[in-house]
Design a binder for this molecule. Structure first.
Ligand SMILES: Nc1nc2c(ncn2[C@@H]2O[C@H](COP(=O)(O)OP(=O)(O)OP(=O)(O)O)[C@@H](O)[C@H]2O)c(=O)[nH]1
Ligand SMILES: [Mg+2]
Length: 164
């Protein structure tokens, strides 16, 4: 089975860094904005699943993303940069838009760059700045929580297929 996962969200939140960490287990501090789309696959032997990961150019508003990218995705990951509230200014509007436009896809909200905040700063940020609860907080730089997140996502996707 192939599980298709789209990384979406604003500019510079770390979509490509998450892509590079998952596919190549690499990280760079350099920032090259993505043009268009990148796609790559990884075979997960344990779960007998092919993970197909899509990395697209950032958009401040999800309604600016070409709708074709949302088609037929098992999972859509809306990534925010927990160090830059600017990147989730439109979160409620974006989530509403995604729910209306992605069909059956599972949508998750992921906070990235966990390595840059202390535990206290993390709690404060979530209480003060975020109108929704994050499904996971990860770091593409250190890899923290990323394989855990993807394992859980694959399990959820497999369960969903089994139950339909
Ligand atoms: N400290 C830290 N920096 C990160 C992390 N993830 C990404 N970055 C940095 O943030 C910048 C932007 O990362 P990208 O992965 O290129 O962001 P993007 O979402 O793909 O950006 P666009 O393609 O323009 O939409 C880069 O300088 C990365 O090195 C992280 O977990 N921790
Ligand atoms: Mg990118």
């Amino acid at each position: 089975m192939t599980v298709e996962v789209l990384l979406t969200g604003s500019f510079g939140v770390g979509k490509s860094s998450i892509f590079n960490r998952i596919i190549h287990d690499e990280f760079s501090n350099k920032y090259y904005g993505t043009m268009g789309v990148r796609v790559n696959e990884k075979i997960l032997e344990d779960q007998k699943v092919t993970l197909k990961l899509w990395d697209i150019a950032g958009e401040i508003q999800q309604r600016k993303v070409p709708k074709i990218y949302f088609a037929k995705k098992t999972i859509i990951l809306y990534i925010v940069d927990i160090t830059r509230p600017f990147t989730f200014r439109n979160i409620l509007e974006d989530l509403q838009y995604l729910k209306a436009n992605v069909g059956e896809s599972i949508i998750k909200i992921i906070g990235n760059k966990k390595d840059l905040l202390s535990e206290a700063e993390l709690i404060e940020m979530q209480q003060k700045e975020l109108p929704v609860t994050l499904d996971a907080i990860v770091s593409a730089k250190t890899g923290e929580n990323l394989s855990f997140l993807f394992n859980n996502l694959i399990e959820e996707a497999l369960l969903k297929v089994k139950n339909t």
